[in-house]
Design a protein around this ligand. Sequence first.
Ligand SMILES: CC(C)(COP(=O)(O)OP(=O)(O)OC[C@H]1O[C@@H](n2cnc3c(N)ncnc32)[C@H](O)[C@@H]1OP(=O)(O)O)[C@@H](O)C(=O)NCCC(=O)NCCS
Length: 223
Amino acid sequence: MPARPCRAVAKRTRSRARLAPPPPLRVEPPIEVRLARPTDTLHLARIAGLIREAHEAGAIIALRSEEYLADSIRERRAVVVMRAGELVGFATAHPWENGRFVSHSAMVVAPALRGRGLSRRMKLALVELSRLRWPDAAILSLTLSPQVEALNKSCGFEAVPYCDLTKDPEFWKGCEGCIHHAHLKRNQQQDCHCWAGLLLPPGRVRQKVIPRDAHGHPSAGSS
Ligand SMILES: CC(C)(COP(=O)(O)OP(=O)(O)OC[C@H]1O[C@@H](n2cnc3c(N)ncnc32)[C@H](O)[C@@H]1OP(=O)(O)O)[C@@H](O)C(=O)NCCC(=O)NCCS
């Protein structure tokens, strides 16, 4: 049986424990979600790095050139998340067909800060920005991420067939690096694996269009 410490030693140990300073409080640096400013081009390499890491980890997120990201920052149509001077999140809005549509893309949050509602805050900021800059635009989303789909639905996006989306070829070029691009091409851009959603301007109701293939027959994705 191990020897018990004598009373005096036990008392000293207890009083030392009482006197020990409390462990330092871990104060989390504040997190700010805001519109990007032109000076945020300083963080371009970091943004491209976050997107590349997510892509390499298996997320279906289009790789964007620093030039593409820089344009969105300079044109004040991007949102950033900052923590203690470090960029930890990014997303951008892009108008198509002279503002008939706006897409939100390149949404990424640093892995250590996921699941804290940051993409929701960015999404709400992007919707507000889109409404101010392109009030008549339908906001569109094309995503393979179940998180982003759930997020969009909770923000009021409605699932739509691909024929309701923009026809602008530049928009569809964004799909060229995707592993499913051959599938999209085979379906003449009328259907693919992504979830497609629209958030219409307040008061506008969607006119249902029946998607048709090259032969004029109703195609997959009709709703
Ligand atoms: C997708 C991504 C941006 C989400 O960012 P996030 O800050 O972790 O997301 P949030 O914490 O704001 O969650 C927003 C919503 O997403 C959904 N969501 C988030 N994490 C989820 C998970 N692990 N499983 C299911 N749904 C989830 C929920 O609907 C959540 O809504 P809630 O507030 O009701 O819980 C982030 O995971 C990421 O950067 N992924 C890699 C890049 C990527 O895939 N980008 C999307 C390209 S379209």
